[in-house]
Write a protein that binds this ligand. Sequence first.
Ligand SMILES: *[C@@H]1O[C@H](CO)[C@@H](O)[C@H](O)[C@H]1NC(C)=O
Ligand SMILES: *[C@@H]1O[C@H](CO)[C@@H](O)[C@H](O)[C@H]1NC(C)=O
Ligand SMILES: *[C@@H]1O[C@H](CO)[C@@H](O)[C@H](O)[C@H]1NC(C)=O
Ligand SMILES: *[C@@H]1O[C@H](CO)[C@@H](O)[C@H](O)[C@H]1NC(C)=O
Ligand SMILES: *[C@@H]1O[C@H](CO)[C@@H](O)[C@H](O)[C@H]1NC(C)=O
Ligand SMILES: *[C@@H]1O[C@H](CO)[C@@H](O)[C@H](O)[C@H]1NC(C)=O
Ligand SMILES: *[C@@H]1O[C@H](CO)[C@@H](O)[C@H](O)[C@H]1NC(C)=O
Ligand SMILES: *[C@@H]1O[C@H](CO)[C@@H](O)[C@H](O)[C@H]1NC(C)=O
Length: 456
Amino acid sequence: MHITQSFVVILLMRWKVSEVAGNCSFNETQSHCTCSGLHQKNIGGLIACFPASVIELQGGNLEQFVHFASTIEVKESAINILQVLQVTKIIFRDFVVPEVLLAAAMKFVSYLRVTELEFESCTFLGNASWFHLDSKFLPVSSLRFHNVTSPSLADRGKDFSSLSGWLGTLQNLTVTQSHVTYIPCSIGKVFRDLRYLDVSENQLQDQSIRSSFCQGTFPQLQVLILHHNNLSSFHTMCEMLHPLKKLTHLDLSQNYLTALPSSSCEWQPSLLILNLSTTGLDHVTLPLPRNVEVLDLSSNNLHSLDLALPFLKKLHLSNNRLQAVPTAKNYPALEVLSLDGNLIQHLPRAELQSLRHLQNLRAGRNHYNCSCAAASEIQVLAGVKSLMPDWPQDYACESPSPYQGTLVKDVPVSVLQCSKAIVIIPISVLLVLSCLTGIICFARHRARSAEPVAKL
Ligand SMILES: *[C@@H]1O[C@H](CO)[C@@H](O)[C@H](O)[C@H]1NC(C)=O
Ligand SMILES: *[C@@H]1O[C@H](CO)[C@@H](O)[C@H](O)[C@H]1NC(C)=O
Ligand SMILES: *[C@@H]1O[C@H](CO)[C@@H](O)[C@H](O)[C@H]1NC(C)=O
Ligand SMILES: *[C@@H]1O[C@H](CO)[C@@H](O)[C@H](O)[C@H]1NC(C)=O
Ligand SMILES: *[C@@H]1O[C@H](CO)[C@@H](O)[C@H](O)[C@H]1NC(C)=O
Ligand SMILES: *[C@@H]1O[C@H](CO)[C@@H](O)[C@H](O)[C@H]1NC(C)=O
Ligand SMILES: *[C@@H]1O[C@H](CO)[C@@H](O)[C@H](O)[C@H]1NC(C)=O
Ligand SMILES: *[C@@H]1O[C@H](CO)[C@@H](O)[C@H](O)[C@H]1NC(C)=O
């Protein structure tokens, strides 16, 4: 069937193609079409995907199509069809893709409304000239690669420069789990408008950051995710990333970082979100971005935190070794505080309530001292509506021994119970007093009886 005819048939079916056609299946509710086992004979099955907004192509070696690459041309009649397609996202999964073919296929993309392209578990072969795309407008603003392999990009700066018209407008780039060791400086400069770069789970090292973020690369970058690489110096990161003047969000989590105690580097004032979760830090005397609003220091080895961060709104300290709640007056703007999984014994109620903006306090899985006064303080705090989302199930007593393992909420703290201690003291004092009085009286009595005439 000619492609136009198929299209008309689909139109006649009022876009109600939800049946499996060939190896493509269209999920109408999700507007998602999945095709597998693509080969020359069943590519017609793709027509089932015409109404979809997401098309996912699974599994295949596209080398068999490589000879088409040089002959692919977009005919006038096809353009009309391409322009009415609704597809906004195309996903390639488990493919072997000759780059030549990719370059040729991009000709079609320029007529589509595709804003997102994704390649997952793909192997790119060889290299291609991208010159023919020099003047083409590509609507794709978000490009994602996950678990892909490709020939080295090291000497490809020239090839990519002919894509610079397009890449210069790209907003989002994700290249994860793909053994990236560095981003050639010349390629980074092509991404003039990139806002979001995720290169997590690769093999970037401190030195590769130096060359990847050379002067002039990624001038508009706002979000940089470097999660789970092989970075080691917090100080080097601060220095190397300094040229990124618009950076607002930096994720360095899951890198084993060492911090120099007296580093002079200053972060860009634009930086508002910093993720240092699971970085092996045992103390923080680092220069932190002075305007930081979200700081994730969870899953480290921190014993204390003694920094004043006046604009901080969210502080994540879960799974450390803190023995006390950090001083509240250092974080006057705090809205969210996570302290779960530490060694904290007391929650200082008055101090925490002095944080006027605090809305969310997570403090379960600690070593609470359930002395009457301490347990009562926690219970009162937990009474504040929706303040503690992990209350009561995660709050157990560690001491005193009769209460070990008991939930803090079950510790009896009624006025009578709590004041037992208070009641006992006055009684004993009274006893002692009355006894003393008795002795004095007795002594006086004795004295009187011994010297009946003596006057007091
Ligand atoms: C379509 O996707 C929805 C949501 O994931 C799912 O519940 C439904 O079963 C799918 N329909 C078909 C026909 O696969
Ligand atoms: C695709 O469909 C053809 C014909 O229906 C079938 O022989 C083939 O096994 C299918 N391939 C996959 C991967 O499902
Ligand atoms: C990564 O991609 C390869 C093919 O290139 C595939 O064999 C492997 O299963 C993928 N790994 C994961 C975790 O998806
Ligand atoms: C890339 O292209 C050049 C010139 O066409 C060729 O000499 C080289 O072998 C190609 N490299 C790969 C990895 O295919
Ligand atoms: C880029 O990614 C961010 C975060 O995932 C997302 O919110 C945004 O919509 C994306 N922008 C584009 C143009 O795809
Ligand atoms: C991480 O970097 C160190 C040098 O800084 C190197 O010896 C090590 O092999 C790297 N690890 C990986 C998994 O790349
Ligand atoms: C920080 O990164 C970890 C992953 O390493 C993630 O689970 C966590 O949600 C991130 N924190 C914030 C505040 O985004
Ligand atoms: C628990 O708190 C009480 C009163 O504040 C104190 O006397 C006691 O020593 C504390 N117990 C532990 C194990 O710290």
